[in-house]
Design a protein around this ligand. Sequence first.
Ligand SMILES: NC(=O)c1ccc[n+]([C@@H]2O[C@H](COP(=O)([O-])OP(=O)(O)OC[C@H]3O[C@@H](n4cnc5c(N)ncnc54)[C@H](OP(=O)(O)O)[C@@H]3O)[C@@H](O)[C@H]2O)c1
Length: 217
Amino acid sequence: MSRIAIIGGHGKVALELARILTSTGHQVSSLFRNPDHAAEVSASGATPVVADIEHLSTPELASRIRGHDAVVFAAGAGGGSAERTYSVDRDAAIRSMDAALSARVSRYVMISYFGAKPDHGVPEDNSFFPYAESKAAADSHLAHTDLTWTILAPSTLTTAEGTGQIETGPDLTPTKVARQDVARVAAVVLDRPNTAGKVIRFNNGSTPIDQALDGTN
Ligand SMILES: NC(=O)c1ccc[n+]([C@@H]2O[C@H](COP(=O)([O-])OP(=O)(O)OC[C@H]3O[C@@H](n4cnc5c(N)ncnc54)[C@H](OP(=O)(O)O)[C@@H]3O)[C@@H](O)[C@H]2O)c1
């Protein structure tokens, strides 16, 4: 049994991940910002922890994740204003990594996106630019820490029922993937320290998740 802290715990991927982890015997604390969402977060099996990460310092975040074995960052501003995107997807994400380090929670899984990289190619005048910049900065910060990190880079997320099957690999073209399968991939990756130091880009595909992730080792 592990103790997992999910940041952005009221998100769609986060709620699904909490359901998977708690139903397989793990303890989950879900950090979420709106107290009105406490019952929904509890229903996922997680212990609800009200935490608006935009407004918590690194030590305040560290105090909320201390004692866990792993952190999953599943939060996102969801394409709000550029200011909020930088604040959540870049700055709060980076503080959460520093918090994990200071709280000695060594395992860290980031939900990023398929195209995340410093040379993302999104033009500055595109509304997606702040997100692309934020995710590139956060992923780069993570990759330069001593955390045992894994970056999940799914393509476009859907609300379709998951299939439990994905495709991954270096020459993949992004298509789409069900949020339920992103959560399943995160759950498997948490159990596999040998995915540390990897950026895993994936779509829904035709290979069972466990087997597809063997190929990333
Ligand atoms: N959309 C795509 O096609 C796509 C593709 C690849 C990767 N991704 C990534 O996948 C992530 C997870 O996707 P999803 O569908 O689960 O997203 P989601 O449902 O929008 O969940 C994001 C969560 O972050 C929370 N959040 C925002 N600001 C916060 C704050 N200050 N403090 C605490 N929590 C905060 C939101 O809280 P509220 O519930 O209160 O709003 C929301 O619950 C996204 O954030 C994105 O980075 C998305």
